[in-house]
Ligand binder design. Structure first.
Ligand SMILES: Cc1cc2nc3c(=O)[nH]c(=O)nc-3n(C[C@H](O)[C@H](O)[C@H](O)COP(=O)(O)OP(=O)(O)OC[C@H]3O[C@@H](n4cnc5c(N)ncnc54)[C@H](O)[C@@H]3O)c2cc1C
Length: 401
């Protein structure tokens, strides 16, 4: 019987199990994860779950009974330590050795850690896992001074939840604008205004040099200026979990390199999700950290493991919830795109379209569902839309194609 082994029990791992069974695979599936939980959604961790508005059970992507019903042996608290490609086996930290015919790596990412003095003091937190939120909750209380290091999605979502829960929030961002790696200046400026309206203090162009103290923390910024804090949340990005692959001699380049069918440099090993680097639909090598990629790439990996490879060319999409604002993005923006604003940010409902060679390449939509949905279709269709038409609010989005 064919044996498929999946390392990493997250969104991508689960999707592969579902796809394999959905496609009629009747061999053996084993999925192992080093956390103590069955696959769960991470997005609510920095949003509704941190706020206390989302029950823990709802985090889980499938009920426990699903795995037995799907004929998937789920091994938790099980860490893969080495792949022996010649023998087609994987060794776990507890010494067990599991055999595979096809192997899928869905190991995700880990947080990038600060290395400055005091970075490991108690009270300095990161946010990736359920366990991280559990550690944060007891100190995440009204009146507490929260210092957020990093004005990206995670930092700003936590800042928004903190402000809502009555914490006194200060964000330290080294760049000159918020979410600079991911959104256009117009969207950065809009979110700056919104956070300030909510009482969040934003310190841009401000790097953190050290943390001092015990219990109460002093955040030390360049020049020695100090800010007292009860807790620090660091959100400065993630690193791909590609060590296992690298040690096994698979091609890696800041992520496990896969082709567009999700195959690694070994034809019996596939990879999907945050841990991979692939050539996206635009032919540029990228590493995507989003649910869409975890799901779509895992479906491709499953099909490829069944000997039916397909070319992955889905339009990437992502969302972020901050306050009552839903930011939805699709496509990959570039700094030299032509920017078209549709709607007025003051209305708190607007979209920014990115045109490249006259074609819609990306969209950022704030509380603007139709703009986002049609934007995705326009990107997928490689459609050219005149800029003045996109900007004209009297023309409905459904009439853009
Ligand atoms: C707080 C937070 C908010 C987010 N918000 C959004 C959002 O709004 N929208 C969005 O699209 N995306 C969001 N994301 C990103 C999204 O959660 C990820 O893109 C998605 O979880 C990737 O799925 P994955 O299966 O590739 O990896 P993961 O979900 O990271 O799962 C990988 C699993 O593999 C395990 N593992 C790693 N190495 C080993 C090993 N050697 N042995 C065994 N197990 C191992 C890991 O511990 C982990 O459990 C958010 C992420 C976080 C942390």
């Amino acid at each position: 019987m064919t044996q498929i082994l999946i390392i990493g029990a997250g969104q991508a791992g689960l999707t592969a199990v579902q796809t394999l069974r959905g496609e009629g695979f009747d061999g053996a599936i084993t999925m192992l994860g080093d956390e103590s939980f069955a696959p769960y959604q991470r997005p609510p961790l920095s949003k509704a779950y941190l706020l206390g508005a989302f029950a823990r059970e709802r985090l889980f992507l499938k009920p426990d009974a699903f795995y037995a019903q799907a004929g998937c042996e789920l091994l938790l608290n099980a860490r893969a330590e080495a792949i022996d490609r010649a023998a087609h086996t994987v060794r776990l930290a507890d010494g067990r050795v599991l055999a595979y015919d096809k192997l899928m790596l869905a190991t995700g990412t880990r947080v990038r850690k600060l290395t400055c003095p005091g970075a490991d003091l108690p009270g300095v937190f990161y946010l990736r896992d359920i366990a991280d939120v559990d550690a944060i909750q007891p100190v995440f209380t009204a009146g507490a001074k929260l210092a957020v290091v990093g004005g990206g999605y995670i930092g700003l979502e936590v800042a928004a939840v903190g402000a809502k829960r009555g914490l006194d929030v200060t964000v330290f961002e080294a760049m000159d604008r918020l979410m600079a790696r991911a959104v256009s200046p117009a969207v950065s400026a809009f979110y700056k205004t919104e956070h300030e309206k909510a009482g969040v203090k934003l310190l841009l162009n401000t790097g953190v040099e050290a943390f001092e103290g015990a219990g109460k923390i002093e955040v030390v910024r360049a020049g020695g200026v100090r800010h007292p804090a009860d807790m620090v949340l660091v959100g400065i990005g993630v690193l791909p979990n590609d060590t296992l692959a690298r040690d096994a001699g698979l091609a890696c380049d800041d992520g496990i390199v896969v082709d567009r069918s999700a195959m690694t440099s070994d034809p019996d090993i596939f990879a999907a999700g945050d841990c991979t680097r692939h050539h996206g639909r635009e032919g540029v090598a990228i590493r995507l950290e989003c649910v869409q990629n975890a799901i779509d790439q895992a479906k491709h990996a499953a099909l490829a493991m069944l000997g039916r490879p397909q070319t992955y060319s889905e339009v990437p999409w992502f969302w972020s919830d901050q306050y009552d604002l839903k930011l939805q993005m699709a496509g990959l923006a570039r700094p030299d795109d032509t920017i078209i604003l549709r709607g007025d940010p003051v209305s708190r409902k607007f979209a920014v379209f990115h045109l490249r060679d006259g074609k819609v390449a990306a969209v950022e939509a704030v509380n603007a569902g139709p703009e986002y949905l049609m934007g995705r279709k326009l990107i997928a269709a490689n459609a050219a839309v005149p800029p003045e038409k996109l900007a004209d609010m009297s023309i409905a989005m459904k009439d853009m194609l």
